[in-house]
Design a protein around this ligand. Structure first.
Ligand code: PLP
Length: 456
């Protein structure tokens, strides 16, 4: 038999494994046999193309079909698929020079240089850095820092939020996790508060002023009821990303900052999705007049070419951990090759002025298209754009109700989503559909003359 009860202990696997290329049919057959999906049932990945290569803002599958990557995969491949030569070279050089250095034991030049570069790009006294491997891990670390720094345990998050898939990050996550409730068996110490926005479900008033005042009032009541001296951090996405590109109304984040100051609470801004220019500002929190105590980010740091994230802290927190251990030591933290890639990607972003490009070039084009979609199609209720980050709210045209609940648990129109996904594929768009929304987030390097204008 191909696979006995015991795994072979010598090189006796099928010779097929070493053949240079596989027939496309074989690839699909082996995928069916062995590859597990993550965000949905197996069928979710069976219907997805097997990708072969990319160039610019485009991807190709093994059949030779070309797609425009309309959501930068998971809003992460911000620099597209033509890797800047300096990034390639830096990865190669670092791989040759020192391919690994365990960050819990020692240090590297590239880690110091990346930290130093990022500290100049962050305002105020945000000057201490950890470098985990992904967004969830960064948020886990941020939660740990806040708890250890304050000696308190509770973390307050928004209902409409996504903070990651690992234990604390998933419990911190709001309505997105309801569909996976047993995986997110609520760990104690997380409290949810209302978002101040007007999109679906939230009804704290009809004007921004009213929404800001009511949400902040509610938040302060919660803090008092929970006991201020039990609350370590308020951790919020600077702009809600997966939950629909929601910028906080005027005054809200400033109000949260003031409450944190009043009650000695750490303010964590989760910038995993919006950091590194996605919203037309280098950092999402720069849309407001605040300085967070901790900023987490990931994806755009390396254009998602390598797994690397960032936890940046203000000097009072850094100083605390000069004498107290963080108590965290993931093997791949501050991986030197990932740091080298991150360093060059940030340099590339600055050289190409991509943040300005997102705001001044991409935003107006996307706004125009999104407005047109909303006007033309009854199934698009409305859209929002902030920089190069946009989103359409998909509704059932007969009822105006969202096509699916946020967590996918009560899927009133699953067929609509299946049809929508198939239509994207047929029209050469590769995109992450998170019903009841469809995100629009092309690479920050996209140019006006590229064929994205043909979207109708
Ligand atoms: N936080 C936010 C705001 C995110 O959007 C994401 C991922 O989309 C995460 C955290 C989790 O990051 P990762 O998937 O790298 O673990």
């Amino acid at each position: 038999s191909a696979k006995g009860q015991h795994a072979p202990n010598k090189l006796s696997v099928s010779a097929d494994h070493w053949s240079e290329s596989w027939e496309v049919d074989d690839l699909y057959a082996k995928s069916q046999e062995h590859v597990m999906a993550t965000w949905g049932p197996g069928s979710y990945i069976r219907g997805a193309p097997i990708l072969s290569h990319g160039e610019g803002c485009h991807l190709w599958d093994v059949h030779g079909n070309k797609y425009l990557d309309w959501t930068c995969q998971a809003i992460c491949t911000n620099l597209g698929y033509s890797v800047p030569p300096a990034v390639l070279e830096a990865a190669y050089k670092q791989m040759k020079k020192l391919p690994m250095a365990y960050g819990g034991l020692g240090n590297t030049e590239i880690r110091v240089r990346l930290a130093s570069l990022l500290s100049e790009l962050l305002p105020g006294d945000i000057n201490g850095f950890l470098f985990p491997s992904g967004g969830s891990e960064a948020n886990e670390a941020a939660i740990r820092l806040a708890r250890r720094y304050t000696g308190r345990s509770k973390i307050i998050n928004h209902y409409r939020s996504y903070h990651g898939g690992s234990s604390a990050a998933l419990t911190a996550t709001g309505d997105f996790r309801r569909g996976f409730a047993e995986a997110a068996a609520p760990a104690p110490g997380f409290v949810k508060t209302m978002n101040p926005n007007d999109s679906y479900l939230f009804s704290f008033g009809s004007t921004d002023e009213e929404r800001t005042a009511k949400s902040l009032g509610y938040l302060e009541e919660q803090i008092k009821c929970e006991g201020p001296n039990t609350i370590a951090a308020i951790m919020l996405e600077s702009l809600v990303g997966s939950g629909g590109v929601l910028k906080a109304p005027k005054g809200y984040m400033e109000g949260v900052r003031a409450l944190c100051d009043k009650y000695g609470i750490v303010l964590i801004c989760d910038e995993v999705m919006v950091g590194f220019g996605r919203t037309g500002k280098f950092w999402g929190f720069q849309h407001y007049d605040i300085i967070p105590d901790i900023v987490t980010s990931a994806k755009g740091l390396t254009g998602a070419y390598m797994p690397l994230s960032m936890v940046a802290v203000r000097s009072h927190i850094k100083d605390y951990f000069e004498v107290n251990p963080v108590g965290w030591g993931a093997t791949f933290q501050a991986h030197p090759v990932a740091c080298a890639v991150g360093y060059e990607c940030v340099k590339f972003m600055l050289e190409k002025d991509l943040v300005r490009h997102a705001k001044e070039v991409i935003e107006p084009i996307m706004q125009k298209h999104i407005d047109r979609f909303a006007e033309k199609y009854d199934s698009v209720a409305r859209g929002r754009v902030v920089g190069a980050f946009g989103c359409l709210d998909l509704v059932d045209p007969r009822t105006g109700a969202p096509v699916q609940n946020f967590d996918g648990s009560d899927c009133s129109k699953p067929e609509a989503i299946t049809i929508f996904r198939a239509a994207l594929k047929e029209n050469g768009l590769y995109g992450f559909v998170r019903p009841p929304m469809f995100h629009c987030a092309p690479a920050l390097v996209i140019q006006p003359e590229e064929p994205w204008i043909c979207l109708t």
